[in-house]
Design a protein around this ligand. Structure first.
Ligand SMILES: *[C@@H]1O[C@H](CO)[C@@H](O)[C@H](O)[C@H]1NC(C)=O
Ligand SMILES: *[C@@H]1O[C@H](CO)[C@@H](O)[C@H](O)[C@H]1NC(C)=O
Length: 342
């Protein structure tokens, strides 16, 4: 039941009205592509998990938004052809080899093929209107090259939850959990909620958006004068099924064994990317309607139908065997990626 599993939103909610969309997007593809940071590069420096519309590609022209290019989506809101992506988690064994950590569907979405849970929240508590993203809009949050807490604090809402059960929604940390998590590790990727009102993108794909100038989105803090337009809070929950690696005798002496596909074992390099792709004004309508989890105003499809939408990986390489290096690392091209992304 969807409404049993919105602990995050409920935990954050003050009193009074809440509105949000919460829905499942199954995996579209695992591929070493990044049309935001490395358009035109196949391979891009590191592996991503991508969900959403099947127009995801090596390059995505902002002048040809996803609804005009896609023929299907992995999301249960059928008019959402957006793309959402994150890095991919690997387990590093004592001998240094890597094995990809599988994804696990969220509570309420058990039939989904891995993927993510996506939220769009217009406000929490006091009713507010928000401006939905415009065609061509894209952004990313986090820096794949960050390795310290000081760096990661720039992004206040990129966190990890060590799942005691699938329903755990407390104890978020900025770094990777240090002890085995009985039900897996959830990464929480919350984007800023204020927009400059002009730019659909920016050179670093981040500076056209901002956090509230004081307080937080959750307590209704105001947007800064530089970024005066309130946008919905976009939020990904991604659950990594780390459970088969929980035996500590498998862990390296150096500490916790999980490492992001860009080579980050600290967790401070958590990042997420977004290309807006809702059809017409479907997202604005949903935000104005104050939908609560589900949204009768929107067209939906079953998870089974979403599971059928898939892209073939464009980069052909082994990502699932026991690997001596992370995908992309033997060629050294991750170094270029570090430079671009930092
Ligand atoms: C990706 O772009 C290429 C052209 O660069 C095109 O041939 C291909 O059909 C596109 N794939 C998808 C899934 O849109
Ligand atoms: C490293 O350890 C893993 C897990 O024990 C094992 O499956 C894999 O074959 C080992 N790799 C090498 C290169 O020895």
């Amino acid at each position: 039941m969807h409404w049993n599993s919105i602990a995050t939103a409920l935990a954050l909610s003050a009193s009074g009205a809440d509105a949000l969309l919460r829905f499942s997007c199954s995996q579209l593809v695992l591929d070493r592509l990044d049309p935001l940071v490395n358009p035109g590069s196949a391979p891009a420096p590191h592996l991503h998990q991508i969900v959403g519309g099947n127009a995801f590609n090596i390059t995505m022209d902002p002048a040809k938004p996803p609804p005009t290019q896609a023929t299907c989506t992995t999301c249960t809101f059928a008019d959402d052809f957006s793309n959402y992506w994150t890095a991919v988690l690997y387990f590093q064994a004592k001998n240094g080899s890597y094995k990809r950590v599988p994804l696990k569907p969220n509570s309420g979405f058990e039939q989904a093929m891995g993927g993510m849970t996506i939220y769009y929240t217009p406000y929490i508590g006091t009713k507010q209107s928000v401006t939905a993203f415009k065609p061509g809009f894209r952004m990313l949050i986090g820096q794949q090259g960050y390795r310290t807490k000081e760096e990661a604090q720039r992004f206040r809402q990129l966190t990890y939850t060590c799942l005691q059960t699938i329903m755990t929604r407390t104890g978020e940390t900025l770094d990777m959990p240090k002890s085995p998590c009985p039900a897996g590790i959830m990464t929480n990727v919350r984007f800023p909620t204020c927009w400059d009102g002009k730019n659909l993108d920016s050179p670093d794909h981040t500076s056209h958006v901002a956090y509230p100038s004081s307080g937080t989105f959750e307590n209704n803090g105001p947007c800064p004068a530089t970024h005066p337009v309130k946008i919905p809070q976009l939020f990904y929950e991604v659950i990594w099924d780390t459970t088969k690696f929980n035996d500590k005798s498998l862990w390296p002496a150096s500490g916790q064994p999980f490492v992001w596909s860009q080579g980050d074992a600290t967790g401070f390099g958590n990042h997420g990317d977004y290309v807006f792709g809702w059809k017409d004004d479907a997202l604005q309508k949903a935000m104005d309607t104050n939908c609560n989890i589900n949204c009768p105003a929107l067209k939906t499809q079953s998870i089974a139908v979403g599971n059928k939408c898939a892209n073939k990986a464009r980069v052909h390489e082994d990502i699932d065997g026991w690997l001596t290096e992370l995908p992309g690392f033997s060629s050294g091209d991750h170094k270029e990626g570090m430079r671009i992304r930092k």
